[in-house]
Each structure stands twice: as C-alpha cells, then as structure tokens.
Design a protein around this ligand. Sequence first.
Ligand SMILES: C[S@@+](CC[C@H](N)C(=O)[O-])C[C@H]1O[C@@H](n2cnc3c(N)ncnc32)[C@H](O)[C@@H]1O
Length: 376
Amino acid sequence: MVPNECPHEEVSMPVHGEVPWPIPEHTSAKHDIYRHYLHRWFPILIGGANAYPSATYAEGFSGPGIYEDGEPGSPMIAIHALHQEVPATKGISRFLFIDDDPRCIKLLNEQLAPVVASSPRAAPSMPIKVQQGKCEEILEDELTKINAWGQPILAVLDSWGNAPVSFRLLQRLAANPSSEVIVTFEPQYFVRFVTELGDSADEVFGGDRVWRQVADLPDGPTKRRHLLDCYRHTLKSAGFGFLLDFELVDRRGNVLYLVFGTRHKLGVEKMKDALWEVDRAYGVGFRDPRDQQEEALFAVDEPQLAPLGRLVLPEIAKAGLHGRKIGTLIDYTLCETVFRKQHIIPTIESLRAQGKVETRKPGRITYGTEVRTPAS
Ligand SMILES: C[S@@+](CC[C@H](N)C(=O)[O-])C[C@H]1O[C@@H](n2cnc3c(N)ncnc32)[C@H](O)[C@@H]1O
C-alpha cells in the first residue's frame, strides 16, 4: 500500500473497491455521534431564539450517501436532522458536499434527489451543492461560492483518516462566526507511512514536523498519543479554543480519533452529550485518549468513571494543601477530558471513599467543596 491509498485495508473501500462499500463498525458509531450532535446543532444555530439567519453544513469527504446494505451516509443523516429539528419555514440551511470520486458524487446525487423532492423546505431555504474535487483544493472556494462565510459553518472532514486539510482553511473556519470542525484522524496512517510521507503530511499539522518524532517512539499507544497531541496542537493554533477528542476502538482493536474543534464551551457540552448518548450496541469502545490504562468509558449502561478519577487525581495533587474546588474540577473535566461535568461529583465521592482524596468536611460534595490529596 502506498500513502495515498485507503488505510482501511481490511474493509472494501472505494479506492480500489466497489462504491458503495460495507459499513465499518467505526462508521456506525461515528454516525450515531454525528446524528446526536446534529439534532442539537441545527436547532441552536437556525431554529432557536438566538438563531442565525443561515448556517452551512459542509463535508469535504462526503462519500456516496449510502452504504452497501442501504445504511444512510453522513450527508443523508445531516439533512434528516435538519428536517426533524427545525420548522421548514425557519432559517436557511446550506449543504455542501465534496468528494473526489465521481462514483460517490453520482450515487450521492441519486440519494439526494428524492429527499429534495419530498422536502418540506422550499429550495431557497435548503440549497444543496454537490461538487467533485479534492477537498484540500476546492473546499474554501466552494464555501465562498455558496456565500457560507460570515454565518456559522460546521465542517465535517471525514477523510480516510489522513485529514488532508490546509491549515489556512482551519484558521479561516476558526475565525468565522460560530464555526466548528469535526475531523476524522487515523493515527495508524501516519505511524505506518511516516518515512514515506512528504510535505503534504506536515501541512496536516500546520507545517510543524514534530509529529515525525512518532518514528522514534516505543509502542503503539505512545505513538498514537503523540500524533493526537500534535493534531490537537494544530487545531488549537488554528484558533479552536475548545477541543474534544475521543478514541473509537473496534473489535479488531483499530483506532480512530474524532477530533472536534469549536470556540464555544456550549459546543463542547453538546458534543459530549452526543458522545454519551451513543448506542452501545455497535461493539465499538470509546476511550479518553489521555487515560494511560486505556479503559473503555462504558460498561453495560453505566459510565465508567475510573478513567476520570485517574485523570483528575494529578490535578488535585498539583493544588497541594489548598486543594481544588469542585467548580475548578468541573472546568477541567469539561475542557480536558471526554467526561461530562455531571460525572465529577460521583467520581470524587468514589475517590474519597477509597481514601485517595479528602474534603475539609465530611458529607455531601457540592460545587463549592474543596478536595485535596490526603497528607501522608
Ligand atoms: C470515510 S469516506 C466518507 C464517509 C462519509 N463521510 C460518511 O460518513 O458516510 C471518505 C470519502 O472521502 C473521499 N476522498 C478521499 N480523498 C479525498 C480528497 N482528497 N478530497 C475529497 N474527497 C476525498 C473518498 O472518495 C470517500 O468517499
């Protein structure tokens, strides 16, 4: 396999395979996250009291809109979410779908035709553009052509995991009002091809070559964490102040990162809500990439809070004898982990019961409670 081929070699993908292709496990779980997020995004951006007049949902790697057994692709999921969540008379929702494979473009147009024909929205309030081409070459101009800039854009950049998106475009998206990105990032691609990939791979990381140190790191988890840290750094430097990334692991142990960038805390909260509502039935595990023990976040229907405990203990230790207020730990949880803010109090209760932290007074833990590491 050479670097510009699809890294998902175990499933039939269209680089050399058929279009449409069978839906991979990761994709079903990823779609569920998109679905839950879009059901929040559309009403806030164009349906609610403080809505914008218009917003754009743009995909740089749209795929054909359907999978081999008829499952909907991400473009169809997005349009469905709009129809379900926003009254037909409210706002303008633009859709832009780009893919470089003509077979995907043809099939996507076929999928869209009946949906557009039966849409309750008048055509001017749901303009859809489908364009063949390379995302890295045309996405920015296509957004200009459809008048997307100046109003919110959600850019879904779901490549084969190699994320060929220019840093300049990320910067422009970050500076645009209420705009966000969801990037699919497959660490294995960069791990395997580090010696073969040229400047275009450095461009994925904003021109910074630090990611190449991956070649010298000892093991898979360390390599993955390094790449993710580099990519997080790229999105942060592009201007996305809040990042949320999580690891999807399928039954074969293949790892895929979803990295979400926004400038708004509300965006992070809503994306976390989406993550924690995902159907557990896909057989795909979710992990916080920062947890060294790589523990899955869900066991049956209960969230696993032990990884949050491990992440938060060093934060508490740093504060020394003064301790950390629960309110501060909530901010940390929201901005630095995949856990939700409501997970922190049960986590601290459990750590206190195990004697790993203490509070000044016994009893109920509230937002104002100070927590510290027990004096040894
Ligand atoms: C992972 S699939 C997209 C799946 C789709 N987002 C979904 O969830 O249903 C990636 C798509 O990107 C397309 N692609 C690969 N490289 C591209 C590039 N440089 N520019 C645009 N499209 C590209 C492929 O043809 C493929 O359809």
